[in-house]
Design a protein around this ligand. Structure first.
Ligand code: TYM
Length: 334
């Protein structure tokens, strides 16, 4: 069986450090061992209102971010979700047998819909069904994501299982989530109990891949801390979410464990950690930012590459959808 990776990011605004450490940076490790499909998730993005011009630019920017972060287009396919019509088609089929109760339980829906559930769109509710379609269309064996997507992956497995059982046929493969625990949840720089997120109204809460060095210095300098000196062990980080977050980011970037990082900063003031952390962030992100700027300026190159990626994706997706339609008993189109 082909070991296949499928994963992606929504093109809403610029990608941030949470997307990078929790997801994109880990994708590279699959390039030589798996068939890799990386897509830009624009159909999901419109579950919340998007500015059309900004959506186009963000889609190209996401493609540039993937390539600049090491996704060598010779070794993987990169495509845009809306370029492959089978995503929407399979989502309809799966939606017809997914109980509403399963969808109402999704924490992301509850968070995004807020108190006015009746005002939330059908798209927001059925978001996880489209995500299941994304994954099942390609019979992906592994899906690298951050911790916030774990529940959606579990739902995908349930949807696959229920379809296979109903038709007594292994049409879908149940995907395994791939989550790197140490970076699965990068937190806001303004509040260590909240996830770093594109939807946070404060720009100071996140580092973008496109931030220049002075912006990175400034955001880290202003990052929330507490009044104590830094501890020598991870155990002492309980109830110190901001210290934990900064130390975890440092550990991820330096290649040290959290334990080694704590030892390194034992008894130090936050400003020492902040200076060293800014240096590491700038060293990691500057080459990516510069490469992204170059790539983003070359629409022709990016659009051709995305078209090639979509062709490949449509081939695989078309085969799976034909199998699904045959299983359902749909009359074959001539
Ligand atoms: P999105 O665009 O919200 O996030 C993209 C990836 O970044 C991870 N991530 C984080 N990881 C650690 N800390 C954070 N603060 C943080 N914020 C985001 C996410 O877990 C994700 O891996 N529903 C998905 C997009 C999607 C998808 C798919 C992914 C649609 N279909 C099929 C994989 C397979 C989403 O909204 O990602």
């Amino acid at each position: 069986m082909t070991q296949r990776i499928l994963t992606g990011v929504q093109p809403t605004g610029s990608l941030h450090l949470g997307n990078y450490l929790g997801a994109i940076r880990n994708w590279r490790s699959f390039l030589d061992s798996h068939e890799c499909l990386f897509f830009i998730v624009d159909l999901h993005a419109i579950t919340l209102p998007q500015d059309p011009g900004e959506l186009t630019a963000s889609t190209r920017r996401a493609a540039a971010a993937y390539i600049a972060s090491g996704m060598d287009p010779q070794k993987c396919s990169i495509f845009v979700q809306s370029h492959v019509p089978q995503h929407g088609e399979l989502a309809w089929v799966l939606g017809c047998s997914t109980p509403l109760g399963w969808l109402n339980r999704m924490t992301q829906f509850k968070d995004k819909a807020g108190k006015q559930k009746d005002q939330a769109s059908l798209g927001l509710l059925s978001y996880p069904v489209l995500m299941a379609a994304d994954i099942l269309l390609y019979k992906a064996t592994h899906v690298p994501v951050g911790e916030d997507q774990k529940q959606h992956l579990e739902l995908t497995r349930d949807i696959a299982q229920s379809f296979n059982s109903r038709f007594e046929k292994e049409v879908f493969i149940k995907p395994e989530p791939f989550i790197v625990e140490s970076v699965a949840r990068i937190m806001s720089l303004r509040d260590g109990t909240k996830k770093m997120s594109k939807s946070d109204p404060s720009e100071q809460s996140r580092i973008h891949l496109t931030d220049a060095p002075d912006v990175i210095y400034d955001k880290i300098k202003r990052a929330k801390t507490d009044m104590d000196l830094l501890p020598g062990t991870p155990e002492a980080l309980e109830n110190r979410p901001e210290a934990r977050n900064l130390l975890e980011i440092f550990a991820a970037l330096s290649g040290k464990t959290l334990k080694e990082t704590c030892l390194h900063f034992e008894g130090c003031v936050f400003s020492k950690l902040k200076t060293e952390l800014s240096d590491l962030l700038i060293a990691e992100l500057s080459p990516i930012r510069l490469e992204m700027e170059k790539l983003e300026a070359d629409h022709g190159y990016l659009d051709d590459l995305l078209q090639k990626g979509a062709q490949k994706a449509r081939e695989i997706a078309g085969e799976t959808l034909a199998e699904v339609y045959a299983t359902l008993g749909f009359l074959k189109a001539k």
